[in-house]
Design a protein around this ligand. Structure first.
Ligand code: F6R
Length: 622
């Protein structure tokens, strides 16, 4: 994530850029910056860590002149390098005349950085973006693309791997911005004698509703009166493969990508959250973590794993238990962070504590991390917020790249956490040798197929929304599952409680007969997460019996099952089909209908699903 905006036209650029950044702050808010070209061929930049307000205060103090009619701005969600002034965008080359802003992750940046360092370039930040500024500056200075900013940008982009939206400017080239995109969003705003580029139409919607969505691997050159789209792949040929469109949303909807709530948008962003979390974590032969201050030697000595987390993150940890035990043969305990340190858990140097937190600030999880480290255990953080406290205090970090989650109830971060936990399991299996390298590679390849499966699941959600409206006035809803379906059931129940203020419980389906079955009464909706009959025939048949038991007692059975599973259809009052995926990975698709169901019930009951009552996004008190 990260928000980017560029402007060129007759007006002063700075106010347009700051207005755009305010609207894009939901995409990241750990630092921000601007670059403006003045009329005298000079480039001026200003950047500050923290919220956009810090940058505005800095600019208002008048320390830097930012007058000019062409410029660009960035609001950052840190990936490479902590959230500091020096890591804030824009980044410039050594001459200070080329400036670049970036959204995405450049996977081959270590190679490019090493190459620049060998050539004597001094890098001023820890970011992957800065290498682009140096490469672009060099391409513009000498060689076949010298003096040609679009050609220099195309040549630079061809050297990059990963995901990027880039916007660049050069002090020698007035009234022009060059932007490019691969795997990250970029739209052009076409105004009257002025042009915008941005990661989202929200940035320019008060100025123009005429927009152009760029295609993959495209480059656009904007001047006040024109835009020209080409492909940056070899040849940089002109292309017509882009999509002009008219924005008919209002401003409020535009910030949410046309959705009613941020959470609706975040549910749709889940394929990207999973894809981005996997990105760059397999180098062709091995799983690599982000900041692995724990060597393979240390991982090899681990004899026990504790997963600590709260709420939704805890449920992702419950999924992790199945995967890590299966792949590594290590015993895994999953513990609520708030309970962990008060019960004197048995920890030593050979224990790995995996602390999962979206915010990286949750007090219970942070205290659990501190307790574990005092006991000399190794701590690996799985976190969505770069530079936050939990990763800072941990021995190693694996970031989930879900981008900022605005809705208080966690959705895309849950799927990203589940994904990251699979990577932790594979990294441990590889270090301990419980999986051969080709097996690890195969599992990773299967994970790479999951974003498409999640996207497929999202296309099947109309009947779920219809069901949500139908059962919105129920007194309660129960959720059942077995194996990895059990944490999914718990997560479905939590989403419904927090969004719709409805009584909801999740149970391991086998436990039903030991008490909870007494809750079943005529018409009670019971959601059952069913495993695949192909890969888990035994569990599947047990679950089928559980469904029969509750149906016989009057429950309304809502069955989430694999497509093509004919055996469940007769016992399902409502059947929601999922694409076929490996059983261990099923939570990545099975959770989606439960999120959509909870959101639709809450919407029908008239609640603000982004801000459920009594809750806060980061819980920084114990
Ligand atoms: C529920 C939810 C919470 C969080 C929990 C932990 O939808 O969002 O249960 O999962 O408060 O928060 P983090 O992950 O920030 O530590």
């Amino acid at each position: 994530m990260c928000g980017i905006v560029g402007y060129t036209g007759p007006r002063q650029a700075l106010p347009q850029i700051l207005e755009g950044l305010r609207r894009l702050e939901y995409r990241g808010y750990d630092s921000s910056g601007v670059a403006v070209l003045d009329g005298a061929g000079e480039l001026h930049t200003a950047k500050k860590a923290g919220e956009l307000a810090n940058l505005e205060k800095y600019i208002d103090s008048g320390v830097v002149a930012l007058e000019g009619t062409t410029g660009m701005g960035h609001t950052r969600w840190a990936t490479h390098g902590g959230p500091t002034d020096r890591n804030a965008h824009p980044h410039t080359d050594a001459t200070g005349r080329t400036a670049v802003i970036h959204n995405g992750i450049i996977e081959n940046f270590p190679v490019l950085r090493a190459e620049l360092e060998r050539a004597g370039v001094e890098l001023a930040s820890d970011t992957d973006t800065e290498v682009v500024a140096h490469l672009l500056g060099a391409a513009f200075a000498t060689g076949p693309t010298a003096g040609d900013l679009p050609a220099s940008m195309a040549a630079t982009c061809r050297r990059l791997e990963g995901a990027f939206t880039l916007v660049a400017t050069h002090a020698d080239v007035p009234d022009m911005l060059v932007a490019a995109r691969r795997n990250s969003p970029l739209v052009i705003g076409v105004g009257e004698g002025e042009m915008f580029v941005a990661s989202d139409v929200a940035a320019f919607i008060t100025h123009t509703r005429e927009a152009v969505e760029l295609g993959q691997d495209q480059l656009v050159v904007i001047t006040p009166d024109s835009y020209e789209v080409t492909s940056f792949l070899a040849g940089s040929s002109a292309t017509t493969d882009f999509r002009p469109f008219h924005v008919d949303w209002d401003l409020a909807a535009a910030e949410k990508g046309g959705h009613q709530f941020f959470m609706d948008k975040e549910i749709q962003e889940q394929p990207a959250a999973v894809e981005d979390t996997l990105r760059g974590h397999f180098d062709g032969t091995r799983i690599v973590l982000d900041e692995q201050r724990l060597g393979d030697d240390e991982l090899r000595t681990i004899d026990k794993v504790f997963v600590v987390a709260c709420g939704t993150a805890f449920h992702s940890g419950l999924v992790a238990k199945y995967a890590i035990e299966h792949w590594t043969r290590l015993p895994v305990e999953v513990e609520l962070a708030s309970e962990f340190r008060y019960r004197d858990p048995v920890l030593d140097r050979d224990t790995l504590v995996v602390a999962i937190s979206q915010s990286g600030e949750t007090a219970d999880t942070l205290e659990a991390v501190r307790h574990a480290r005092r006991q000399r255990a190794r701590v690996l953080a799985v976190c969505n917020t770069n530079g936050s406290q939990i990763p800072r205090e941990s021995d190693a970090v694996l970031y989930t790249h879900a981008g900022p989650e605005v809705g208080v109830a966690s959705t895309k971060c849950f799927l990203a956490q589940v994904t990251a936990n699979y990577l932790v399991g594979l990294a441990l299996a590889q270090a301990r040798g419980t999986k051969y390298p080709d097996e690890v590679a195969r599992e990773f390849t299967t994970l790479l197929e999951m974003p498409a499966a999640i996207a497929d699941t999202l296309t099947r959600m109309d009947p779920v929304r219809e069901l949500g409206r139908e059962i919105a006035q129920s007194k309660a809803v129960l959720f059942l599952g077995r194996h990895v379906g059990f944490p999914v059931a718990l997560e479905g129940a939590l989403k419904l409680k927090e969004l719709a203020y409805m009584h909801a419980e999740g149970f391991a389906a086998g436990e039903l007969k030991h008490g909870p079955i007494a809750l079943i009464e005529e018409g009670l909706p019971v959601v059952v997460v069913t495993p695949s009959p192909r890969s888990m025939p035994l569990l599947h048949s047990k679950l089928l019996s559980n469904i029969r038991e509750i149906q016989a007692r009057g429950a309304r059975t809502i069955v989430i099952g694999e497509e093509g599973d004919d055996t469940i259809a007769p016992f399902a009052d409502v059947l929601i089909e999922l694409p076929r995926v490996p059983s261990l990975l099923q939570p990545l698709v099975a959770t989606v209908p439960l999120q959509v169901l909870a959101a639709e019930i809450a919407r029908t009951r008239g609640y603000n699903i982004d801000k459920p009552r009594n809750l806060a996004k980061s819980v920084t008190v114990e």
